[in-house]
Design a protein around this ligand. Structure first.
Ligand code: ADP
Length: 250
């Protein structure tokens, strides 16, 4: 990837404060971050450093206090709730630690859901093709309760990618999985980037997971305090994480 690639998401001096007065918490403190199209970024940092807040603000799930968030060329500030909802639905994918599938729907129906919400009738083979991409061609008719955790997360990834969003946000996508299922999920995310030019921003506390990304951003106290580019190894990421945690404790 070069520096010339298009920008999928940009945060400009983004501050997010929760509460007011003495109880106010600054979760993000004038954060600048740019996520190039077709790149895979991991966001790490100690608990409470602002990782989830960054993801939610960048995805337009949460309104910021000041600054600017631009998704796929569209500044989110000033959008009405309705336009924001539409942008999220059409241009943004989200994968959560807890899968968040609809229990009453089959795998295929879950994957088709974003298309239906956009009033798009899935093209022939579209949903089946997505399920095949995540290795679940034979599970289309199964409900979430009939699938393993790893399989459920793969359905969630298929559901998030079926609209070919400008960016996929993943919040600890392997947090609830065993090592083998987690590795499968990470391989899938990496393939989406390499094969389809998908942009991914993933929050994780696991250096092994972050090692699948092209770049790692480290947050502490609501600020970006460190960055590693170029497919760092898990060991280097673990060392930097430990150093950061020492700094935060000091
Ligand atoms: P992380 O994901 O790195 O653990 P968070 O983004 O969840 O961090 O939280 C950053 C800071 O903002 C923490 O101090 C947290 O307590 C605070 N915070 C997060 N969400 C809320 C909320 N809804 N109301 C008040 N404070 C919040």
């Amino acid at each position: 990837m070069t520096n010339q690639e298009a920008t999928a998401v940009e945060l400009r001096a983004v501050t997010k404060r929760y509460g007011t007065g003495e109880r106010a918490v600054t979760a993000l403190d004038a954060v600048h971050a740019r996520f190039g199209a077709g790149t895979f970024t991991a966001v790490m940092g100690p608990s409470g450093s602002g990782k989830s807040t960054l993801l939610h603000c960048a995805a337009g799930l949460d309104r910021i206090t000041s600054g600017q968030v631009v998704v796929d060329g569209v500044p989110l500030e000033g959008l009405t709730e309705r336009r924001l909802t539409r942008l999220r639905r059409d241009r943004v994918g989200f994968v959560f630690q807890a899968f968040n599938l609809v229990p009453a729907l089959t795998a295929a129906q879950n994957v088709a859901l974003p298309l239906r919400l956009a009033r798009r009738r899935p093209a022939a083979g579209e949903v089946e093709g997505m399920l095949a991409e995540v290795g679940l061609a034979g599970r289309a008719g199964h409900r979430p309760a009939e699938l393993s955790g790893g399989q459920q997360q793969r359905v969630a990834i298929a559901r998030a990618l079926v609209t070919r969003p400008a960016v996929l946000f993943a919040d600890e996508p392997t947090g609830a999985l065993d090592a083998r299922s987690g590795a499968e999920v990470l391989r899938l995310l990496r393939t989406a980037v390499d094969r389809h030019g998908q942009t991914i921003v993933m929050v994780t506390h696991d250096p092994l997971a972050a090692a699948h990304a092209d770049r790692v951003l480290f947050l502490a106290d609501g600020r970006v305090v460190d960055e590693i580019g170029g497919r760092a190894g898990a060991e280097e990421i673990a060392v930097r994480t430990a150093r950061l945690e020492e700094r935060v404790r000091a």
